[in-house]
Design a protein around this ligand. Structure first.
Ligand SMILES: Nc1ncnc2c1ncn2[C@@H]1O[C@H](COP(=O)(O)OP(=O)(O)OP(=O)(O)O)[C@@H](O)[C@H]1O
Ligand SMILES: [Mg+2]
Length: 238
């Protein structure tokens, strides 16, 4: 199996806390990387990103989730089912879910920067960069903005997740076709259909400085959240 046998490199890793994914990533995400978490609708992008923040918060790394779409309370309520301790983490200022009003790009940057600095967040999620299309008339400007936001997160020495979307039924990684080139890492989530059965899957498309697993891996959303099975095959029993 490609990418699994070699021992971890000496690069420090920040565990995502997602069982199976950290194994597939040689221990977690390298510090200072910005990763595009892309996927079809309902594929688990929000759950995976919240798990990453909650794990960090429980291990002393403050995290912040910027939402341009769902309300913070909806996101918290949905995640509470997996982990009720989310409320305590928020109360102790280890975790914050912030709504970003869709006004313009400059206010988005200002909100992300000021809120992240105010709490000294080390893990930052923006859901989703698809809304950048509201701010710009062309794809080149969207790509430039994604790169600028990535640099902003890196300059704070944070680990960033930018959430994107895979349009349904299309063989692409992103809506605009540029998002995957503007980030250091890409993790894609899927709901795959075979013979009338839907299977959840995840693929690490790229990750800087990491000899990661590259194949599609099965993924489950369990009562405790997302679990990835790096050594299992997709559709093995279909
Ligand atoms: N408690 C749960 N147990 C099992 N599966 C769940 C649970 N809660 C949600 N799910 C599944 O996870 C899916 C949604 O996950 P999530 O919100 O993380 O996806 P998403 O990719 O962010 O979706 P969207 O495209 O709407 O933003 C639901 O459609 C549902 O199938
Ligand atoms: Mg979501």
């Amino acid at each position: 199996m490609e990418g699994q046998e070699k021992p971890s490199t000496s690069i420090k890793r920040e565990p995502t806390g997602i069982q199976g994914l950290d194994e597939a990533l040689q221990g977690g995400l390298p510090p200072g990387v910005v990763t595009l978490v892309t996927g079809t609708s309902g594929s688990g992008k929000t759950t995976l990103s919240m798990q990453f923040l909650v794990y960090g918060a429980k291990h002393g790394e403050k995290g912040i989730y910027f939402t341009l779409e769902e309300s913070p309370e909806d996101i918290i309520e949905q995640f509470e089912i997996f982990d009720p301790s989310i409320r305590e983490l928020i109360a102790s200022n280890m975790l914050k879910v912030v709504e970003v009003p869709i006004v313009d790009y400059e206010s988005l940057k200002e909100t992300v920067l000021s809120e992240s600095e105010a709490m000294d967040a080390k893990r930052i999620v923006i859901d989703s960069i698809n809304y950048f299309q509201m701010f710009f008339p062309d794809i080149i400007s969207i790509r430039r903005a994604i790169m600028e936001v990535s640099l902003m997160l890196k300059s704070r020495h944070s680990i960033g997740i930018l959430i994107g979307e895979i349009p349904s039924g299309e063989n692409k990684l992103s809506t605009f076709g540029v998002e995957e080139f503007a980030t250091d890492g890409v993790i894609a989530l899927y709901l795959l259909e075979k013979q009338g059965t839907f299977t959840r899957a995840i693929r690490i498309v790229k990750m800087r400085n990491t000899n990661h697993v590259t194949k599609f891996m099965p993924l489950d959303i369990t009562p405790k959240g997302i679990v990835v099975y790096p050594t299992a095959e997709l559709f093995q029993d279909v």
